[in-house]
Design a protein around this ligand. Structure first.
Ligand code: ADE
Length: 225
């Protein structure tokens, strides 16, 4: 998978992309991530990328030309499955969206800043808009990092134990059951007997039951879906 990210603040993406699993996914050739600095497409001597909004109102808006020029260049080079815009005024990211994006070949992720981007970019180019939750971040970069993490870990081979991606919370619309590791007795706090029993069908049953209990208590809305 190739992911092109268009951003006015490339540095914000450096740490999340260059450590741990996302770094390994790139080193091992599962993904190629290319970051495009919007400033390089800015207008005039000052490389302007934002301007005040028509009709008045606080906040700067990312201009149409720098973004369009960057997108036109990328689109002329290869076919993209989705051109995604990270924005709080969109549908919220969920596991099902992450699953379907993990099957794509080429993605563009555009991150906004300030008051947002000129609506004409959204009308002409964007095929999918994604929010990571009902709150407003200072920009879309951290949201893009969240999206990329959620998607890339689903690509077969990226995380060592494939089973562990398939049994995540949300893969079956349930939260995960509790997990424990050694010691079995920590100052009198015991691990549930069943997990030490070696009876794997019973353990599975217990885990499913706990997953339902937890979901019902914390996220009953998931059971309604
Ligand atoms: N940009 C700013 N806030 C955001 C959010 N909640 N999700 C996605 N992109 C954003």
């Amino acid at each position: 998978m190739r992911i092109d990210i268009i951003t006015a603040v490339p540095n914000l993406l450096e740490s999340p992309l260059n450590h741990s699993i996302l770094k390994r996914a790139q080193d091992n050739g599962f993904i190629e991530v290319v970051i495009h600095n919007l400033r390089e497409y800015g207008l005039g001597n000052y490389k302007q990328i934002d301007d005040t909004q028509f009709g008045g109102g606080a906040g700067m808006v990312l201009m149409i030309e720098p973004i369009a020029n960057c997108l036109d260049k990328l689109i002329s080079e290869r076919k993209y499955d989705e051109i995604i815009y990270m924005t709080p005024d969109a549908k919220t990211l969920n596991q099902s969206t992450a699953n379907s994006l993990s099957l794509k070949e080429n993605l563009i992720i555009l991150t906004g800043h300030y008051k947002g981007i000129d609506q004409r970019i959204r009308d002409k180019y964007i095929t999918k808009e994604i929010s990571i939750g009902d709150y407003v971040l200072t920009g879309g970069e951290l949201a893009a990092a969240v999206l990329i993490d959620a998607v890339v870990r689903l690509i077969p081979g990226v995380i060592g134990d494939e089973q562990s991606a398939l049994t995540d919370s949300f893969q079956d619309n349930l939260l995960s059951p509790p997990v424990y590791t050694r010691p079995a007795d920590y100052k009198g706090m015991l691990v549930p007997e069943i997990l030490l029993s070696g009876n794997f069908p019973k353990i599975e049953e217990w885990r499913t039951e706990k997953a339902y209990e937890r979901t019902k208590k914390i996220r009953p809305d998931l059971l309604e879906d």
